[in-house]
Design a binder for this molecule. Sequence first.
Ligand SMILES: [Zn+2]
Length: 314
Amino acid sequence: MNRVGWIHSALQAEHDTGTGHPECASRVQAIEDRLTSSGLVDCLELSEPEALPVDALEAVHDPEHGARIRAAAEAGQSCVDSVDMPISAGSYGAGLMAAGAAVAGVDQVLRAGCDSTFVTTRPPGHHAEVNLAGGFCLFNNVALAARHAQAEHGLKRVAIVDWDVHHGNGTQHLFEDDPNVFYASLHQFPHYPGTGARDERGLGEGEGATLNCPQDPGSGDAEWLGAFEGELLPSLESFRPELVFVSAGFDAHARDPLSATLLTTEAYGQMTRALLQVARTLTGHGLVSLLEGGYDLEGLASSTAAHVQSLLED
Ligand SMILES: [Zn+2]
């Protein structure tokens, strides 16, 4: 069995999105409950994260981005930047904790010797732009973690595989002109946020380091696994990263209310195993996996358990 870390913090529940909002604290609780009831938690190395220092946000965000979110939360605003970004008094602290957890996930693999790690990052991150929160995302957790791997661990080339059902517009835009960060996404298209067309392949020196594999609404395991194994993984192998991140959203599940994609729980186990095999060969490590979306509590819990189970298998 592989050494796999699990990083989560109770503080993330203090990001309160209001009654009935799909991106709610119950999501992380459902994951925790399933990892516990299944016994998987006994196989994981738990770690409490620390909040990301405020100035570390500037690795990917404009300096005023964090200050604006802090001011909005402290002023009691009900949302920041857009109506699909509800906040509460605890949101700024929870956002910094989620970002800190993402960064700690890198350290757990590159410093503490775990093969992989799964981080229950909440709020999620992949829609957060350089100076704009949105799509339930305050800070771009996976982008901050990728820059941390480069700045603190001396890695040059890193890859982000994003299988959330929504395109990660923020992550793509943050790295689209960077030839050393490969961003590859499978997502429903057309769908929120509207980006992620196949011809978006990166800009300037970064051309070719962005791969979008848009999938039609109604697609299921056959289409997604076909694109994942037939297109995404070969491109990843060609890029030759030194570390592979997963923007692990589970909202392409058939039960999810925010998509018309029809993945089974088992598809997440299968994508995890296939990606893990490629990552190990290329990097000598497993995966740094960060939670993004997933809004049906049963679909989220079962898919996360399948993902974690696959990370543990030799
Ligand atoms: Zn999503």
